[in-house]
Design a protein around this ligand. Structure first.
Ligand code: ITT
Length: 195
């Protein structure tokens, strides 16, 4: 089994991906590799941020690793909040403040098209690979549902009648930006491992 670090402190993300990699890779957390510092993510694109985190871990710890970064891009807001999605309404990183600000910004706006995007960067034996996942949808006028996190209560994916916050985790993962990017990563890793 090959060791592979997921450069995140989010335990839910690690559990989810760990299952998908089955017995080919042993998934390690930042804690597992002795990395206790906060990883910088101060680039102005999601690709830049996922690269920054993965590159840092590879260069400092010499462990194969990957990192992700996601955000919501709203057409009528010229792609905002994008890479700044977590702090859209301020440094407190409050999901409800972010949604309130988003709905206010879109008050009276007819074009409600938006997409969630995830960038994943993998460092495998010093080589860099990037994977992307996108899900298109619209921003609703009201909050619907109480599952998930972030902007889920106001994001209605195209072709569906429920917001992400009304869906179960498995249903959301099957279509979500993060689910798509992680599946691309997993398929690539399985091919590398000769699965
Ligand atoms: P880590 O960097 O610690 O992994 P994070 O909260 O910054 O956690 P992301 O980079 O994945 O998570 O996403 C940045 C923000 O984009 C997140 O705080 C949400 O506001 C929003 N977001 C990303 N994915 C989302 C999703 O699936 N549903 C709702 N909002 C999401």
């Amino acid at each position: 089994m090959t060791d592979l670090c997921f450069a995140t402190n989010n335990k839910n993300k690690i559990a989810e991906v760990s299952q998908m990699l089955a017995d080919k890779y042993k998934l390690l957390s930042l804690e597992d590799i002795g990395c206790h510092e906060e990883l910088a993510e101060d680039q102005d694109t999601m690709e830049g941020n996922s690269r920054q985190k993965a590159q840092y871990v590879w260069e400092k710890y010499k462990v194969n690793c990957f990192a992700d970064d996601s955000g919501l891009e709203v057409d009528a807001l010229c792609g905002a909040p994008g890479v700044y999605s977590a702090r859209y309404a301020g440094p407190q990183r409050s999901d409800s403040d972010n949604i309130t600000k988003l709905l206010q910004s879109l008050q009276g706006v007819e074009n409600r098209k938006a997409r969630f995007r995830t960038s994943v960067t993998l460092y495998l034996n010093g080589q860099e690979y990037q994977f992307e996942g996108i899900v298109n949808g619209t921003i609703t006028h009201e909050w619907k549902g109480d599952k998930g996190f972030g902007y889920d209560p106001v994001f209605l994916p195209d072709g569906h009648e429920q917001t992400f916050a009304q869906m179960g985790a498995a249903e959301k993962n099957a279509i979500s930006h993060r689910g798509q990017a992680i599946r691309k990563l997993v398929n690539f890793l399985k091919a590398q491992a000769g699965a």
